[in-house]
Design a protein around this ligand. Structure first.
Ligand code: AMP
Length: 384
């Protein structure tokens, strides 16, 4: 094992959203200092960090200065430019290494890597013009999903094409010079594996998590996923191979489609803690955020044991309208845990926080967390 970065040291986080916030909470709990770097001010991460640096990702001198003051740099935001991680790497260790971010922040690079390494992915074609899109639609057939190659998340920058006549509108709507057309997968459900790899190759995982989406945004996650043992085994094995192949030191999430005949297809990789792993914060011995800290600091990885079946429900900004959420009502269910990200402006579709519930069974946990979320909209009496 390489040299440990011990408690007391400063850790740098590129990005300043909720993932950085939960990472910072875990890191500060273990006595580390956290510095965060992003163009924004009073951010979810900055509010709980020791130092919030406000600068552009393109300001490489500031990035170098930031990196000089910390023992290791990690990221919580996937679209950090490659030049930024490279500048940080001139001054300190970057984990996971910048190349992992470079591959996974672009769908074409990611899919090409997965396909060339023999991982199961949906059939896809690169498209750089409407002519190429029409040709790709002929090859893959309809329905198909057109996505931007870069800068896409939560279904942003994508369009489902059900008929070739929609090609022109879909291409114009994407507003990009490079896209990827994917065959549409008729999945039974979507699942993920959040896993971590240490600097010495140690591998741990949080099992298979079941993910339900609304409007392409994760809505509810449940652990453990109720899937056949063979599916669990294969999903974990695929995750292990991905982390090894990319030589990840840190946390990475593999998102899968599970087809009706129990075939796993990799949809996306996220080289960081993931929304589907948020339930580990309240429901596991070691959260995905503490695990990221342990991995990047060269500490032994922690137990991923799930204490009880758990469910997580995202809280989107929509819940703030027309009335602010009724927190008292939701928290009247005693084993529901509230996590809010400190975002100042609620907007429809914006991830503001999440609820986690634990119970004797997955179904009970789902019912509890959904009931609690419904209670947020309760307009009657608010407990004192
Ligand atoms: P993504 O941004 O690629 O994670 O896509 C967001 C969501 O769109 C996924 O979670 C799926 O529900 C859906 N989706 C994306 N790609 C496909 C596909 N090739 N086939 C079917 N559904 C898809």
């Amino acid at each position: 094992m390489s040299r440990m970065i011990e408690p007391g040291a400063a850790i740098g986080v590129l990005g300043s959203g909720q993932l950085g916030r939960m990472f910072a909470i875990a890191a500060r709990k273990m006595g580390y200092r956290v510095h965060t770097y992003s163009p924004d001010d009073d951010t979810p991460t900055g509010q709980v960090a020791d130092l919030e640096v406000n600068a552009a990702y393109e300001d490489l001198d500031r990035v170098r200065e930031f990196a000089s003051n910390v023992k290791v740099v990690t990221f919580e935001f996937e679209n950090v430019p490659a030049a930024t991680t490279a500048a940080a790497a001139e001054r300190t260790i970057v984990r996971p290494r910048g190349e992992v971010l470079h591959v996974t922040q672009n769908r074409l690079r990611e899919k090409t890597f997965l396909q060339q390494s023999g991982f199961p992915v949906a059939p896809f074609r690169t498209v750089r013009s409407v002519t190429e899109l029409v040709a790709a639609l002929k090859e893959l057939g309809c329905p198909a999903v057109l996505k931007t190659a870069g800068w896409g998340y939560d279904g942003k920058g994508q369009a489902k094409i059900t008929d070739p006549s929609q090609a022109d509108a879909a291409w114009q709507g994407l507003n990009t010079s490079e896209g990827v057309l994917e065959g549409f997968i008729q999945f039974e459900r979507e699942v993920s594996v959040v896993a971590a790899r240490g600097s010495d190759g140690e591998f741990v995982h949080y099992g298979v998590i079941d993910n339900r989406h609304q409007n392409h945004i994760l809505d509810v996650s449940v652990a453990p996923a109720d899937v056949p043992a063979a599916v669990t085994k294969q999903a974990i094995e695929l995750a292990r191979e991905v982390l090894e192949k990319l030589d990840v030191v840190g946390v990475l999430c593999v998102e899968f489609f599970l087809t009706h005949n129990h075939q796993l297809i990799i949809n996306e990789l996220a080289p960081r803690p993931h929304n589907s792993g948020h339930l580990t914060f309240d429901a596991c011995v070691t959260s995905q955020f503490e695990q990221q800290l342990r991995a990047i600091c060269g500490l032994p990885l922690g137990s991923t044991e799930l204490l009880r079946p758990a469910a997580m429900a995202n809280l989107l900004g929509d819940l703030w309208f027309p009335n602010t959420p009724n927190w008292g009502r939701a928290l009247s269910i005693p084993d529901v845990k509230l996590n809010l990200y400190g975002k100042l402006a609620p907007r429809p579709g914006r991830k503001m926080g999440h609820l986690t519930a634990m119970a004797a069974t997955q179904q009970e946990a789902i019912e509890k967390v959904i009931r609690a979320r419904e209670l947020l909209a309760f307009v009657g009496e608010r407990p004192a």
